[in-house]
Design a binder for this molecule. Sequence first.
Ligand code: NDP
Length: 337
Amino acid sequence: MDGPVILSVDAVFALACRVLETAGLAAPQAEAVARVIAAAERDGCSNHGLHRLPGCVETVRSGRLAVAAVPDVRDETPALVRVDAGYGYAPLAFERGLPLLADKARHGGVAALVVTNCFHFSALWPEVEALAAEGLAGLALTPSHAWVAPAGGNRGLLGTNPIAFGWPRPDGHPYVFDFATSAVARSDLAHYRNEGRAIPEGWGVDRNGAPTTDAQAALDGAMLTFGGHKGSALATMVELLAGALIGERTSVESMAWDEGLKLAPCHGELILAFDPAVMAGGDAAPGVARAEALFAGFAAQGARLPSQRRYAARARSLADGVAVPRALHDRIAALAG
Ligand code: NDP
């Protein structure tokens, strides 16, 4: 019986909730994190799925995360919602701030949601997808820990700093991309290390700042950004907009604050929302048509849109369930008590 365990998406959600609540996380916090985990498993994004639960549990048990944090939603200006996550996890803070953000974007055309004091666990695509479901275009940015060297540098200064963008479409799924500004996600380096494989050049440097193809040496040294100076500048923008601008920690500061405990990074997040009708001067239809013509151009060349793989995985998972490696399932089930 070595095959995977097949779980429905609802069962993944219930399992994740049970594990987090057993660890001591209050139900609203646990449910919001579990929604991200279940969505990630559903969409074939296992890097934010069940295998992250042991790390989430460690953060819960650390005593640093406020297990019963209730996000404080403040209507700060006509264009700005500020949510103090109160040292809880990020997903509940986002969920609580979303209705007011959407409302402000619909009235003003553009609005911002600033989240502060959150232990950040999440991919960002669920957030820009939630905005698209409200008919809004969106952009989400967050720093992380300073594992990434700037272009031309040789040691960690920037985070893996993901950027996600969503664009609502009239029929079907939104256009969404979401990626780290590092050449790869940090978990990919760990996979290569665990499998004893060499990493491609351009992913990392060792402790001395020398290019390396040894995954462990890159984990001990520093990761590199994608696209050389371009990724480096985008990662810096994330530090500035989702750190310095909103009065929150940069990746260097969040790493120092962690004091080597290797918990989820604790800092802020910036989410921007745009209403297509207001931005276009009252009528969204011409812009929507232009966007659809652009997307049709991809299909005409046989190119795929970002998230297409994810949406296909979603359809399969909803029909057939999610295959969870048995060893992972047993490890998680043990955490559920
Ligand atoms: P990937 O490089 O795996 O993919 C990023 C995006 O590119 C996805 O939207 C993907 O769509 C799309 N894509 C991939 N291949 C193609 C293709 N051939 N044509 C068109 N689009 C394509 O992402 P990363 O490894 O950099 O990041 C993974 C996740 O980790 C992200 O969700 C990110 O938010 C998260 N992350 C979170 C951090 C945090 O601190 N919270 C830190 C760093 C990363 P599809 O999914 O359909 O393949």
